[in-house]
Design a binder for this molecule. Structure first.
Ligand code: GRF
Length: 245
C-alpha cells in the first residue's frame, strides 16, 4: 500500500461493514402460522437472522400472503408441474440455493424429501412436527394420540434426516391431554406450543449453539438426550397464559 492510500483513507473507510444477518429460507405448504411466528420473532429481534425467502409447493398457500405482507420474497414452486419427486426437489434445491441460506426451516412443508435434497442441506434443516417424537411420526398425530388415550402430547423441533420425522430432536413442548380434548382442541394447543418453540430453536441454531452431528444434536457442545430439550406442560402453559386445566 502506498502512502497516498493512507492519505485517501476516510473515517468511513475504517468502519467495518456490519456483519450480514444469517439468512433463513422457510418452506411451507399451507396456512403458515409457524411462518408467522418466525416473522414475528424476527420483527422483535428474537430470530437471530433474516427470512430472505418463503417457498411453497402449493401456489395458493396462505403463508405466501403472510410472507408478501411482511415484505419477504414469496415463491410458489408447484410440485404438480414436475414429472417426478427428483425433478421437483432438483428445482427446489436451485431456488433455495439462489437465496444462500444459513438455515432451511420446514414450517408445515408437506412433502416427502428425496435423499439428494436431504443430503444437500443436511445439518442445516429444521422441521416442526406435531407430536412428542419419536411418538407419532407421520400424519394424523392428534387423532392417534387421542385414540391411544395418551396422557401427554406436544410438538418437536428436529433436524431433518432421510428418515421421515426421524432426525435428532432439538426441543419439545409438552402438553397434558385432558379428558375433554378433541382433535381440534389438541391441534390448537399443540400449535400454540409450536409457535413458542420453533423460533427459539432457529435462533439457537443461528447463534451456533445448536449443531447436528452424525450421532445426534448438540447444544453448546453437549449431546442432547433423544427427546432434545423439553418445555414442560406447566412452563408452556404459563408462557402462553393458558387457564388452569
Ligand atoms: C404444523 O402443525 C406443523 O407441526 C406441521 O404442519 C403444521 C403447519 O401449520 N408440520 P402452519 O402452516 O404453520 O399453520
Amino acid at each position: 500500500m502506498s502512502s497516498t492510500d493512507y492519505n485517501s483513507d476516510t473515517i468511513t473507510d475504517m468502519i467495518p461493514e456490519p456483519t450480514a444477518a444469517p439468512r433463513v429460507v422457510v418452506l411451507i405448504s399451507g396456512s403458515g402460522s409457524n411462518l408467522q411466528a418466525l416473522i414475528d420473532a424476527q420483527s422483535h429481534d428474537r430470530l437471530g437472522g433474516e427470512i430472505v425467502a418463503v417457498i411453497s409447493n402449493e401456489p395458493d398457500a396462505y403463508g405466501l400472503k403472510r410472507a408478501r405482507d411482511a415484505g419477504i420474497d414469496a415463491v410458489a414452486l408447484p410440485h404438480r408441474e414436475y414429472e417426478s419427486r427428483e425433478a421437483y426437489d432438483g428445482a427446489l434445491i436451485k431456488v433455495i440455493e439462489r437465496h444462500e441460506p444459513d438455515v432451511i426451516v420446514l414450517a408445515g412443508f408437506m412433502r416427502i424429501l428425496t435423499p439428494r435434497f436431504v443430503q444437500r442441506f443436511l445439518g442445516r434443516m429444521l422441521n416442526i412436527h406435531p407430536s412428542l417424537l419419536p411418538a407419532y411420526q407421520g400424519l394424523n398425530t392428534h387423532a392417534r394420540a387421542l385414540a391411544d388415550q395418551a396422557a401427554r402430547h406436544g410438538c418437536s423441533v428436529h433436524f431433518v434426516t432421510e428418515e421421515l420425522d426421524g432426525g435428532p430432536v432439538v426441543l419439545q413442548a409438552e402438553l397434558k391431554v385432558s379428558a375433554d380434548d378433541t382433535v381440534d382442541t389438541l391441534k390448537q394447543k399443540v400449535q400454540d406450543r409450536e409457535h413458542l418453540i420453533f423460533p427459539i430453536a432457529v435462533q439457537w441454531f443461528l447463534q451456533g449453539r445448536l449443531q447436528y452431528t452424525g450421532e445426534g444434536a448438540t447444544m453448546d457442545g453437549h449431546r442432547l438426550p433423544p427427546h432434545g430439550m423439553r418445555l414442560s406442560h406447566d412452563d408452556a402453559a404459563e408462557e402462553l397464559d393458558e387457564a388452569e386445566r
